[in-house]
Every structure is written in C-alpha cells, then in structure tokens.
Design a protein around this ligand. Structure first.
Ligand SMILES: [Zn+2]
Length: 190
C-alpha cells in the first residue's frame, strides 16, 4: 500500500458538502476523483451508487433512480473531464440536457430533472471561472484531480511530497541506469 500522507488532500472520500451545492470546481474535482486510478476503486460502480453520490450533493432527489444508461453517461463524462483536465484542451462531452440561459449572465443549466439533469449540472460546472485551475496529477499512475491554487498556476502534481518525488526519483533512476527500460521502472510506484 502506498503511503498517501501529504497527497490527495482530503483522501479519496470527502464528506458531503454541508452548505447546499458544492462549488463548481470542487464538484468537478470530486466527480473525477470518484475513480481512484491508483487503487482501482470506483465510487460509481453501479447505478445505485451513482444516484447516491448525486443525492448526497443535492443534485438528485430522493426518488431519482439511475439506469445503466445513466451510469454509462456518467463514466463517459468522468473520463472526458479527466482527459480535458489532463490536456487542458476541450474534449467532446457526452450529449447532456443543457441549455444556455442569460439571466443576466450567460450560463448553462440542466433542462431535465433526475439523474440526466444531475449529470448535466456537473458538465455545466466546467463553465465556471475556476475551470482553468482544475488539473489532474501529472503522475500517470495517480491522475488525482486537484484545484491548483498556486499563484502562477504551475502545480503539476497532487502532492509534491508523494507524486512529485515519485516522478523525480524515476527520472533519476532512468538517467542512472540508462540501460534499463523506462517502461520497467514505470511499474515501480512506491
Ligand atoms: Zn498524484
């Protein structure tokens, strides 16, 4: 087991937001982090878990039930967001029931209730001003989403102490043992 001390602020699970709806950047970050790439654990392993996750964040009602199709949409949205955070380029997202309203500022709002509307609300959150501060960890075995609050937005890793050092140690080893394939050391995650 990898020591995550100092990394992944808040750990893989953070309690539901206490004051109504979560801030858009936090919502996107936590949605992306429902899949822990490193541990292989998924909070959205079935439609019931998806409905629960959305309900706990005030996005879905107590009677909303998620279908297999909703879960497929959610997973496509999640990996689309992760890819977008990784590359900082716009990626096509699944078709979601969103509409642009101007009241007085333009913003995207879900046009459906239930699970599709809740997923649309997460997609709409990427239009928030703090979108460019959302990143995924540059360490390929980690890919934890985080909000870069550094002044010059230069943070690469979820944690310098864990993933930053991991990346640098690997680069050092690769240089030192030039004959060894980089691919082999990539599996060494400790
Ligand atoms: Zn990381």
């Amino acid at each position: 087991m990898i020591n995550l001390t100092g990394g992944r602020p808040g750990g893989p699970w953070e309690p539901p937001y206490s004051k109504g709806m979560p801030a858009p950047a936090e919502l996107v970050r936590d949605f992306v982090n429902t899949l822990d790439v490193e541990c292989g654990t998924d909070e959205l392993a079935c439609p019931e878990e998806l409905a629960l996750w959305l309900r706990e964040r005030g996005l879905a009602g107590p009677l909303d039930r998620a279908t297999d199709a909703d879960l497929a949409t959610a997973l496509a949205l999640r990996e689309g967001l992760r890819a977008a955070l990784r590359t900082h380029h716009d990626q096509p997202l699944p078709v979601l029931p969103l509409r642009l309203v101007v009241d007085p500022l333009p913003r995207l709002v879900p046009v459906e209730s239930g699970i599709p509307g809740a997923l649309a609300a997460i997609a709409a959150a990427v239009a928030d001003a703090s979108w460019d501060r959302l990143k995924v960890c540059a360490e390929i075995t980690c890919q934890w989403a985080f909000i870069d609050v550094s002044k010059n937005r230069s943070r690469s890793w979820c944690s310098m102490r864990v993933c930053g050092n991991r990346t640098k140690t690997r680069a050092y080893r690769a240089r030192k043992q030039g004959s060894r394939r980089l691919q082999a050391s990539n599996t060494d995650t400790v």
